[in-house]
Design a protein around this ligand. Structure first.
Ligand code: THG
Length: 292
């Protein structure tokens, strides 16, 4: 039997606990210029108001953490990431998931962040392990490990498990405890490969059996290119929670998705007396009443 690992993240004033014993922690995905033209244009123009409103809206909708990405082609990422993070940190006190591929931007961000952040991400590539893990260790952060390496994204769950194992081992050698490594089995789009969902789910199960670490996924990637995405995303996210995913990166503003998370927690016995479900229901009712 492995033990159920718990990851604790924090801001200056708030703590978030991620474990399979507690409610699913939704990491809001929306502060990300990649694929969101409106965010890209605003950030490129030095306007971060959209980061503030997206932060508030996502927390109001149920996000307990926020992913923050400031990757604007041609921009100075360390500077821009700082501006976006400071905007978000002024608006809300949820812990942040710092989403950058630039180690310089990452180190700069962690140097002023107050609390314990989640770093998004490293992967099994030698270059990534060497660049990212020492920074994670230096600042006492936690890190997401993507199940891909120098050979790309492995096709089989077994090969993805091996990459997860490598990342956990290398982190451990630097003194990063295993509970501070959150694994992303990688949700690819089912539109390109109809087995992508099944592979992600099987990978989660293998990783949990072996390591019992916390699991994240970009849980809306799965439906790219498909019609009626909220139905796909909500079914997939509930199934992934059953498989063991504890902290999806997703869009909490999509009602079907956030309600699927709450329903899955209820079905998994992680919502005592259904209090969170009922509270969310009342909130939706109130919002509908206010709109009418
Ligand atoms: N794993 C990890 N991190 C990740 C991903 C992952 N970070 C980035 C991404 N994948 C998850 N984040 C986003 C952010 C924004 C959008 C999608 C995923 C997004 N998508 C809209 C859509 O779905 O079409 C774009 C349209 C719009 O809203 O403007 O915005 O897998 N560790």
């Amino acid at each position: 039997m492995t033990v159920n690992l718990t990851t604790v993240l924090s801001s200056a004033t708030r703590q978030v606990v991620i474990s399979r014993d507690g409610p699913t922690v939704v990491i809001g995905e929306r502060i990300n210029p990649t694929g969101r033209k409106q965010v890209l244009a605003a950030f490129a123009a030095g306007d971060f108001e959209i980061a503030r409103t997206d932060a508030l809206a996502q927390v109001e909708a149920g996000a307990q953490m926020l992913d923050v990405n400031a990757g604007v082609p041609g921009a100075d990422e360390p500077v821009m990431l700082r501006q976006v993070m400071q905007t978000v940190m002024a608006a809300t006190d949820v812990p942040l998931c710092i989403d950058t591929a630039d180690p310089v931007a990452l180190a700069a961000a962690l140097s002023f962040y107050k609390g314990k952040a989640l770093v998004n991400s490293c992967n099994g590539e030698e270059r990534s392990l060497k660049a990212v893990l020492p920074i994670v260790k230096e600042y006492g952060a936690a890190v997401i490990g993507l199940c891909m390496d120098d050979d790309g994204i492995p096709e089989t769950p077994e090969a993805r498990l091996a990459v997860a194992g490598k990342i956990i081992e290398r982190a451990g050698k630097l003194g990063i405890p295993i509970e501070d490594v959150i694994i992303d089995p990688l949700a690819l789009t089912m539109g390109a490969d109809s087995h992508a969902g099944r592979i992600a789910m099987d990978t989660i199960e293998l990783i949990i059996k072996e390591f019992d670490v916390n699991i994240t996924m970009g849980a809306s990637n799965i439906s790219f290119g498909m019609p009626d995405r909220p139905y796909i995303n909500s079914a997939f996210i509930a199934m992934a929670i059953h498989a063991g995913m504890t902290c999806p990166i997703t869009n909490p503003l999509v009602t079907q998705v956030i309600t699927a998370v709450l329903a899955a927690d209820l079905a998994m016995g992680r919502d005592d007396y259904g209090m969170r479900w009922i509270k969310a229901f009342r909130k939706r009712q109130k919002a509908a009443g206010a709109a009418a």
